[in-house]
Design a protein around this ligand. Structure first.
Ligand code: HEC
Length: 158
């Protein structure tokens, strides 16, 4: 610190170094941005839709990927937001949806479309059970009626 007055003798250099410090702080702040529960839910919604489109088309590799991503998002909530707006969402996720996720995984591994369809509907029901218990009965998810992703192919690789 003994060198500081010397460095600041040149006023311009001093200003530059202060601004440099600010810029550095800002960029490290933006690096520490992390998504909240609502952001993870939007991602979950996308994965839920893509999971259906993939499984419905018997694209088991993609379905496997989507259920895995869906699970990881929910696991992040358990880990980082166990209680959210006074709702014990972590426990609720463990209790309502982890078993249906396992069933979907098993159906995908078995490449069994009928089993997948049944497991997917149970998964969807679990999403809605949790929304009801979390005081969000107005958030209702369902089987997609079509693709919202015209730029992605869900057909299995030949
Ligand atoms: C804790 C139990 C829980 C489970 C399980 C759950 N959600 Fe949610 N979900 C929530 C909560 C709580 C919110 C509201 C978040 C907020 O208020 O910021 C929410 C919000 C949403 C939203 C609204 C997002 C928006 O901003 O429009 C969607 C869509 C959604 N969830 C989809 C799903 C899907 C699909 C599943 C199942 C694969 C699922 N959720 C499973 C608790 C859950």
């Amino acid at each position: 610190m003994k060198h500081l007055p010397l460095a600041c003798a040149a006023a311009l250099a001093c200003t530059l170094s202060i601004h440099g410090g600010t810029a550095l702080a800002e960029s490290s702040n933006s690096k520490s941005y992390s998504p909240g529960v609502a952001d993870i839910m939007i991602a979950t919604q996308v994965r839920h839709a893509k999971l259906w489109l993939a499984g419905d088309a018997r694209n088991w590799d993609l379905a496997d990927y989507e259920i895995d991503e869906l699970k990881e998002g929910l696991e992040d909530i358990v880990k980082y937001f166990p209680v959210y707006k006074d709702v014990p969402v972590g426990q609720m996720i463990e209790a309502t949806i982890m078993a249906p996720i396992k069933d979907v995984e098993a159906a995908v591994k078995a490449k069994d479309r009928a089993r997948f369809t049944a497991a997917f509907d149970k998964l969807t029901a679990a999403c809605n059970t949790c929304h009801q218990s979390a005081n969000r009965p107005f958030i209702v998810v369902q089987r997609p009626t079509g693709s919202a992703f015209p730029n992605q192919s869900f057909a299995p690789k030949k």
